[in-house]
Design a protein around this ligand. Sequence first.
Ligand code: F6P
Length: 331
Amino acid sequence: MIDCKGKIAVLTSGGDAPGMNAAVRAVVRTGIAKGYEVYGVKRGYNGILNKEIDLMTFRDVSEKLQHGGTFLFTARSAEFGEDEGKRKAAAICKELGIDSLVVIGGDGSFKGAKDLSKYGVNVIGIPGTIDLDIAYTEYTIGFDTAVNTAMEAIDKIRETSNSHERCSVIEVMGRSSGYIALWCGIANGAEQILLPEKYNNDWEKIIEEIKKNRAIGMTHQVIINAEGIGHSYGLAKRIEEATGIETRASILGHMQRGGSPTARDRVCASVMGSYAVDIIDQGKKNRLVGYKNGSVYDVDIDEAFAMEKSIDDYQYTVANILGTRCDYKVI
Ligand code: F6P
């Protein structure tokens, strides 16, 4: 029997992402294996404020890995958003003897974690968001599943678009990040992609491309639009009016957040979950876990916030080259 080394709590916060369950499972099982008591916090930061905190056993995380969503539930907490809420959460952690808090979520959840660390709670972050919009890490849990879900849906829309010789505007998630749109652009062979990081409101250019493609005999076209740009119905109407080509808009929405996680999401989530416990065990404080050059690593939470995420320019160029018909170009 190993003496208890301390108490670790784990929560999921913000938008759910497929693979979060695998990360929780890894934190719980690695924590127990290394001699910690591990507690599951329900409903994100609200669960700390409401003391919805349960001791977890090895068996409590059985049969969770293969499911999307988060069995701990998630929330965006208004009370925790206030300074007073963070102070209260830190006091509760202290009262319950929680030495470290593992937060699985996106940038908003990490901002909360960073603030909480200033009140003396040791926070360790694991990136869980389908958006792939966190600068310090090459990977965020849920991205692969979401892209695959969107890709399959877009393939289907392309088939009907083809039959009707239409243009389709398909909106994918990504509030301020175009990564899902970029990857679907490449994976689905989209004729055009619109990303918040690159978009300059150039409607005429979009329409010009569609006309050129039609002129060389392209019967249908797919335009992938990121949620951060939005206005997909308006764009479809504008295209139809300007080109005379029947155009439909589809907003894929929250279906992109569900579904059984892919192998990549399960594996990355499991590795990051175990790694989070490893660094707690090494005595590290206030770190974010991520991937860099293909390997798991950790970075100081304040340093991570100083970094900025940008779109991969090479991938963007590839998406554009592959989506542009060259038949009408003189080479
Ligand atoms: O952050 C993940 C995300 O799915 C974004 O792509 C999207 O803008 C947002 O969450 C939607 O949030 P909600 O589920 O609260 O509507």
